[in-house]
Structure formats: structure tokens, C-alpha cells
Write a protein that binds this ligand. Structure first.
Ligand code: 6PG
Length: 471
């Protein structure tokens, strides 16, 4: 039982267990550790074919690993990661490595990497996406940090990852906490895409009066085209599921109050710090937060009613909705990738957006047909300043923006809340506006606070005496 296993997993919940089973399927000698006896039993049951067994003793688990040891953590993000590392370190030797595969905040990952490097332990943070199914049969993985540590687990990660056209959906992301940063932004995009899907569902349901079967049929049709994506795939299936208790559809008895674990909020927070706008992602975060004010929403709905007309020209509006969804989808990726670009410069992550779009094409929650176009865009120009700057994407935008405007106008006229869709078109218009009205902002700042301004006709910093000037 000594120095026998290539990798050991700490945390045998569904994600950890499934990833371990995936590794065993791929012929790797792996084992796990969990304090919970039930989790060990479950591992043994599910891993019968490989005689996969776990340890209840951390000491025995550590002794069982090959040197230098590869220890992966799949435990809830936050304080638990620190307490596991604290227990673990005294049992490790210099040169061993810890891979944190949970959704840790990137600043925690930076701190842990620095602390552990001082103790001679290699550490890297790796985002994993794809949920339970992904972990079991092929996730997308975003490892960043200690390159030597990555190289030591690269064959395992490449073997277990999802593949697209034969390419593994895992690549070394960059130094520091870049892996967890990229996973966080992946989740920000995920939040935004979920929100635009929810808003589109609302317009199909309330605007067009579609029932669940019709919504399923519409989403199903769209998923056969350019909108093809994992999120649309699962979304359409939601509308098929019946509920025994109510006798109706399950979706109709689910409360409209959305929860979150924080990765979307972190994305928004960082974007503010970096002064890099991602309004559609922000709206998705805010929409989940606003949804929790159910009582207030019910009261205000009664006090401030707005009568919506049933939207006519069903077929035309449905076609425009397909366009607005596609437009917003492009915009969600555009914002996320723009943020990655800014973070790469600020934190020296050396991010390769071509490679990132490549590993997002399979296995992860935001995988979509569109990522192939994005991958092409960054292959042609790795220094693309923004996704909207790519000629092929511009061709798509020209086609779908008119329909998007129709959807947004109609929705607003009728009082349907579409924060993400509306923010997406406004973001687009802001970026394609050469001369914005924010010269006024600068004038105001200088007027009341002497904050100065720059001029269009000469270099330098200026201040005007606004009160005495020609009033
Ligand atoms: C993934 C998911 C995964 C998880 C989210 C859910 O890529 O597999 O993003 O990490 O489903 O963290 O986040 P919320 O609970 O915040 O919606």
C-alpha cells in the first residue's frame, strides 16, 4: 500500500468521485480520501470494476501515493480548502504537489500558492467545468500556476478531459491564479447566458403566450442551428419534465427566486476593479439578487400594473427572438473575453484567448457551436482587441442586430423585464459610438470639482472658470 497510486483525491463528493472514476477508466492508478464513511462506500460501489478503494485515514492515504505526490482537492471553496491544506502539509514532503480543483476565489489561490511555495510544495489552482456528467465522462479544465506541477499531471488531465476534434479540453492557462480566474469568468459568462435564456423564455411564455410544449419545440429547433449549445440543450429539456405532485410541469412549480454561490458576483467585482465593463454579466448577477425580493415584487406588481399586449406576428417575433438570443450570446462571450484580456495585462497571466476558446468548446457548461467561430477569430488574430472587431463576427452582428432591436423595443413597450438583453444591445451601441456624450461628464466634473478635462483640439490638461464664462 506504500507509494502505489499516481494521484490521490481529497473530497469524494459527486465531483471528486466522478473525476476519480474517470481517471480509473483511463487506466490510472488512483485513490481517494474522505472523512465521511458513506462517501468511501459509494466510491467502492461505483468503482467496483476498477477495484477502486479510498482511505479513511489521511496518513495512510498520503503514504499510499507515489513520490512526488500528486494530491487533488475537490472540496467546497473557502475556509475548508485552507483547513484541508493545513492538515495535509505536515504529512507531505518537499516537491509534492497540491491541485485545488474547486471554485476557489483567485485571490485565495494566489495566497495559497505563495504560502506553499515557501514550504517547498507545488500548488496550482484548476477550474473544472461540466458538472457531474462532465467530471465522469470528460470535463473542460483550466489549470494555472506552477508549470512544473502541471507537467506532472498533464497526461492524466489530457486523458480524462473532453475532446473536440481530437483536441483535449485542457491546457496550461498561465502563471499564478490564472486557472481559477479563467474559471470564474467562465462562470460569469454562464450566469449571463442563463439569464438571457430565462428572459427569452419569459418572452415566449408571456409575450407570445406559448405553452411548455411550444417552448420546448422552439428551443429544440433553435438548438439544431447556430444556437446549439449545452445550456440551450438542457434548457429545452426542462420544458418536457412533468411533476407527479402537481400533475403539471415541474418548471411551473419552481419558485422564481434564484440562488448563487458567488462566482458571478466575483466576476462583476473584478470587472469593476479593472474598470472593464461587463454589463450583461452584471445584470445576470443583479437579476438573481432582485429575484429574491418576491414579496416586494408581488406588491409592486399589484400597485403599478402594466398591461402587456399579446405580441402579434408570432412567426416574425419568434425569428427575431432567435436573433436576439444569438446576439446576446456573442455579447456574453465578448464581455468575458474582454475581461480576460484586461486581467491578463494587469495580473501578468499571459492568457492565450485562442487556447481558452478552444478548451471551452467541449466539456464545460458554456460550450457552444459559437465557440468554434470565436476560436477562429482568435486563431486569425491572437491580439484581437475585442470579439466585435473580428470581421466574421461583424458579419453576424450586421445580420442579427436589427431583429434584436425589435425584440428589445417590443419587450420594453410591453413592460417585460429584459435586463440582460437590453444591456447587451446598449453595450453594443456604446462600443460602436465613436462620439459619446461623455464630454458632458468631464465638463460637469470640472465645473463642480475642478477635476480638469482634455480637449479634442490640443494636447494637455485643462480647467475652465465655468461660472464666469459667458453665462
Ligand atoms: C461548471 C459550473 C459549476 C457550478 C456553478 C454553479 O462550470 O461546472 O459553473 O461550477 O454549477 O458554480 O454556480 P451557482 O450556484 O453560483 O449558480
Amino acid at each position: 500500500m506504500t507509494n502505489q497510486y499516481t494521484l490521490g483525491m481529497i473530497g469524494l463528493g459527486t465531483m471528486g468521485r466522478n473525476l476519480l472514476l474517470n481517471m480509473a477508466d483511463n487506466g490510472f492508478a488512483v485513490t481517494g480520501y474522505d472523512k465521511d464513511a458513506k462517501m468511501l462506500q459509494k466510491l467502492e460501489e461505483d468503482g467496483k470494476a476498477h477495484d477502486l478503494k479510498g482511505f479513511a485515514s489521511l496518513e495512510d492515504f498520503i503514504q499510499s501515493l507515489e513520490l512526488p505526490r500528486r494530491v487533488m482537492l475537490l472540496v467546497p471553496a473557502g475556509a475548508i480548502v485552507d483547513s484541508v491544506i493545513q492538515e495535509l502539509v505536515p504529512l507531505l514532503d518537499k516537491g509534492d504537489m497540491i491541485i485545488d480543483s474547486g471554485n476557489s476565489h483567485f485571490t485565495d489561490t494566489s495566497r495559497r500558492a505563495t504560502d506553499l511555495a515557501e514550504q517547498g510544495i507545488h500548488f496550482f489552482g484548476m477550474g473544472i467545468s461540466g458538472g457531474e456528467e462532465g467530471a465522469r465522462f470528460g470535463p473542460s479544465m483550466m489549470p494555472g500556476g506552477d508549470k512544473a506541477a502541471y507537467d506532472a499531471v498533464k497526461p492524466i488531465l489530457e486523458a480524462v478531459s473532453a475532446k473536440v476534434k481530437g483536441d483535449p479540453c485542457v491546457a496550461y492557462i498561465g502563471p499564478g491564479a490564472s486557472g481559477h480566474f479563467v474559471k470564474m469568468v467562465h462562470n460569469g459568462i454562464e450566469y449571463a447566458m442563463m439569464q438571457i435564456l430565462a428572459e427569452t423564455y419569459g418572452l415566449l411564455k408571456t409575450g407570445l403566450g406559448y405553452n411548455n410544449e411550444e417552448i420546448y419545440t422552439t428551443f429544440n429547433k433553435w438548438n439544431d442551428g447556430r444556437l446549439k449549445s449545452f445550456l440551450l440543450e438542457v434548457t429545452k429539456d426542462v420544458f418536457k419534465v412533468k411533476d407527479e405532485k402537481s400533475g403539471g410541469y415541474l418548471i411551473d412549480v419552481i419558485k422564481d427566486e434564484a440562488k448563487s454561490k458567488g462566482t458571478g458576483k466575483w466576476t462583476s467585482q473584478v470587472s469593476m476593479d479593472l474598470q472593464l465593463p461587463i454589463p450583461t454579466i452584471n445584470e445576470a448577477v443583479s437579476s438573481r439578487d432582485l429575484s429574491k425580493y418576491k414579496q416586494l415584487r408581488v406588491a409592486l406588481d399589484a400597485a403599478l400594473p402594466h398591461t402587456a399586449e399579446k405580441i402579434q406576428n408570432t412567426a416574425e417575433f419568434e425569428a427575431q427572438l432567435e436573433q436576439s438570443l444569438y446576439f446576446a450570446m456573442i455579447t456574453c462571450y465578448a464581455q468575458g473575453l474582454h475581461l480576460l484580456e484586461a486581467a491578463s495585462a494587469e495580473f501578468k497571466y499571459e492568457l492565450n484567448l485562442k487556447e481558452i476558446s478552444q478548451i471551452w468548446r467541449g466539456g464545460c457548461i458554456i460550450r457552444a457551436e459559437l465557440l468554434q467561430d470565436i476560436y477562429q477569430a482568435y486563431s486569425q488574430n491572437p491580439k484581437l482587441p475585442h470579439l466585435y472587431a473580428d470581421a466574421a463576427i461583424q458579419g453576424k452582428l450586421k445580420e442579427i442586430v436589427p431583429g434584436t432591436r425589435k425584440v428589445v423595443v417590443k419587450a420594453i413597450e410591453n413592460g417585460f423585464a429584459i435586463p440582460a438583453l437590453a444591456s447587451a444591445i446598449t453595450y453594443y451601441d456604446s462600443f460602436r459610438t465613436a462620439n459619446s456624450p461623455l464630454n458632458l461628464t468631464q465638463a460637469q466634473r470640472d465645473f463642480f470639482g475642478a477635476h480638469t478635462f482634455e480637449r479634442t483640439d490640443s494636447e494637455g490638461i485643462f480647467h475652465a472658470d465655468w461660472n464666469s464664462n459667458n453665462l
